[in-house]
Design a protein around this ligand. Sequence first.
Ligand code: TRH
Length: 403
Amino acid sequence: MNTSLPQNCDIFCNVIDNYGDIGVCWRLARQFTHEYGLSVRLWVDDLSSFVKLCPDAKDGAVRQFCRDVEVCAWMGDFTGVTPANLVIEAFGCRLPENYIAAMVGRAPIWINLEYLSAEAWVEGCHELPSPHPTLALMKYFFFPGFTPKTGGLILERDLLARRDKFPNHAAVFWQSIGRETPDENTLTISLFGYENAALSGLLAAWANGNQRVLCLVPEGRILPQVIEYFDKENTGCTNSLLETSHSERIDSHLQQGNLTVQIIPFVAQENYDPLLWACDINFVRGEDSCVRAQWAAKPFVWQIYPQDDGAHWAKLDAFLNLYHADTPDLATTTRAFWQAWNMGDETTIAQAWKNFIATREPLRLHAQRWAQHISHNNLALNLLDFCQKIGRIRAFKIVESSP
Ligand code: TRH
């Protein structure tokens, strides 16, 4: 029985919507390939989402290599596909039946990589086995998380060092979007979010505030509302940007009072981190961008992915409890602002923002401590350690049961 590291890995990704599912899978695939030398095959059922994160990729290609990862369109029959030593089923997507059948006898390590949550129950479920109902196969739950008893977070080996060197290269970033480096009196904000009823109240607070705000908005779901706000304010645009094409919008500047908004392209995944590093405050959403904002070590605002049953509120609360466990003084204003943003509460957002931004400096210092604190729990490393642990247990069982 082999107890060494797996040599190859299949990652299966069913894109539900947005970019979070494929975002996590693509990040992990690259890390396994580049840092641990695994041969990774990434099976994706929606290549158009993947192409947004990796613009070199070709939508429609059945099989292609991107950054040394083999990216395959997940479609049709899997007859003839030999399963890898490590099989990752991301977020409970169901593996193809004949792929599962081909796993029998090969004893791969089969992982269900779960969604990220700071809720306490995660620790109890992390690494739990789940036997297949009819076949001699075992699947294990692997939960990302923030505490040592969870699977940790995806963190590339050189990310924090690159982040720390970023101030030396910040001017290059700003030039790349056609700007001079903003002066220190300008508050820089990145805004990545879903549609939000509180947005116009927040933009108005920025426009009417006494500090200059430069807000960078990547093309995406919140953008039409941003444009609508400026249309309503009638800021001198003769034609609404809503009526323009995608390429015409990019680099557009919108101005109202002390607020400037610049629309920027949705960038390749590797280029999203510098945007977060460049800004003073980051608005993020979903799961993966939220983790990246934490590595950026800047104050951030999380718009959690809303679930129909309201389960996201408990998740948001659990994260805030953990994040501010040692800083109860900052917890109140952060919680109030995050709640107003997540509830889309137009009536409270302006005051909540004012209170939140008044704590900017302690929040920044806290964000730095937090990033350091969580950086010791590395998901890719934990996953590979877990594979070795399962390999040892299996080897022991074989020795024990032999006559
Ligand atoms: O896109 P999301 O809203 O994805 C969501 C969540 O992951 C949620 O948990 C899941 O259940 C749901 O999808 C189905 O948010 P998320 O997770 O932050 O993913 C966005 C990805 O896009 C992330 O990898 C960062 C990347 N990104 C870029 O690559 N370039 C960009 O310009 C921007 C703004 C983001």
